[in-house]
Structures are given as structure tokens and as C-alpha cells.
Design a protein around this ligand. Sequence first.
Ligand code: DX5
Ligand code: ZN
Length: 238
Amino acid sequence: MASTRLVVAASARFVLAPSLLSADFADLAGAIRAVEDGGAEALHLDVMDGHFVPNITFGPALVKAVRARTRLPLDVHLMLTDPLQYIPDFARAGGDTLTFHIESSSAPPRVLERIRAEGKHPGIALRPKTPLSAVEPFLPAVEEVLVMTVEPGFSGQLFHPEVVPKIAQARKGLDRLGSAATLAVDGGVTAETIGPAAQAGATFFVCGNSVFSPDHSPQEGLARLREGFRKAMDGAVR
Ligand code: DX5
Ligand code: ZN
């Protein structure tokens, strides 16, 4: 009974959020059209500063250009050493959820306050090795917990299965608080790995290479992910 309720609740909030990092940057408009057509519920934008992570991607100008092309919610993942400094820029650019890393050097309460002041949804992210206890004090104040299932920095890496118990721990922590915050997973999410993540309680799935791939269309990629989720959750009921 309890597991059936869990499945219903999780399915109701199920979100696939393609990460544009894996798309063709020369044709982002086409990528956005394709994932909208495939039924994506959000877009994930990976902002990297070459300092917090060893890669540089894009800034507010690109977020603004994407905003102009879609009405999907923009889930902006800030992999920045000093997110506090840039919150107003990404808010003005049209991000909806602004997620910063607990391992960054900005003071979390100040970042959360700034995101709220900009009228945006605050999210908090943690690297695979960071324990949940690091973000626990901030759970009541966030609307998204982004559990990284790869080391942030690059798309196309393999899912770290050892992070799954932390997803379950985050689910328990949010449920205990009666929080409706989104529990997101990011990194190496495929039609296979989406199962364990979903069974652990994640409802929001960032997907890069499993959507944008030379092997299939983004629409097919999304359909496979949805099928993987459905199978895993059907399994959870039995
Ligand atoms: C990694 C990024 C991820 C990445 C996901 O630092 O945060 O969002 O783009 O790509 P895949 O799904 O290919 O691991
Ligand atoms: Zn990301």
C-alpha cells in the first residue's frame, strides 16, 4: 500500500529535463524544438566557470537566448565558485530555478536569500562525495535538491550507483519535512539508471547524452527514458 502511494506520487511529478550541454550548440533552437516535441517537461542549463569545475560552458546571454525560444521551465545549474555574484544576472536572463553548489565558496543562506529576492526558485546541488548532512540545514529553504550522480564538469560520464542511497536519504529528509521540493538527479541518467534513481525517490531527471545522441533522435531518447522509468516503477509496485 505504502509503495503504491509512493509510486503514484512520484509518477505525478515525473520530469525529464534534457541538458542542453549535450546538444549541438550551433543549433540550440532545433534542439529545443526536438525536446519540446518529445514531451520534455523542463530544460537543464549547465553553467560552468572553469574554476569550480574544469570546464567552461556559457553564461547569462545564452540562458536569455534559450528563454526567448521556449516556455519550458529553465533549470539553471550553477557550477560556479562564487554563485552569489551572478544570481541577479541569471535571474534577469530568465532562469526559473537557480541551483548552486553547497561546495561553492558563497555562504548558502545569502545565496538562498538572493535567489528568493529575485523571485526565483532556489535549488541546492551536491557532488557525489558530499554527504547529505552538508545540505540538511538548508532543506527547509530550497525548492530543488540536485543530487549529482557524476562529478560535475562534463556530460557523457557513467552514473555512480554508490550515490543511490544518498538519493533515498534525501527523499526521506524532504518527506520528513513535508517538503514538496523537487528531488533531481544529474549525470549518467539513461533508460537503465533512471530505474534505481526513481525507486530511491527522485522525480526530476536531468538527461544529456541519453537524449542528444548520434544514435537516435531526442524524441526517441525521451521515449526510452520514460519507458525505463515506467518499468522501474511498475516493478516497485509488485
Ligand atoms: C555535468 C552536468 C550534467 C550533464 C548531464 O556536470 O551537470 O547536467 O550535462 O549529462 P549526461 O546526462 O550525459 O551525464
Ligand atoms: Zn547539470
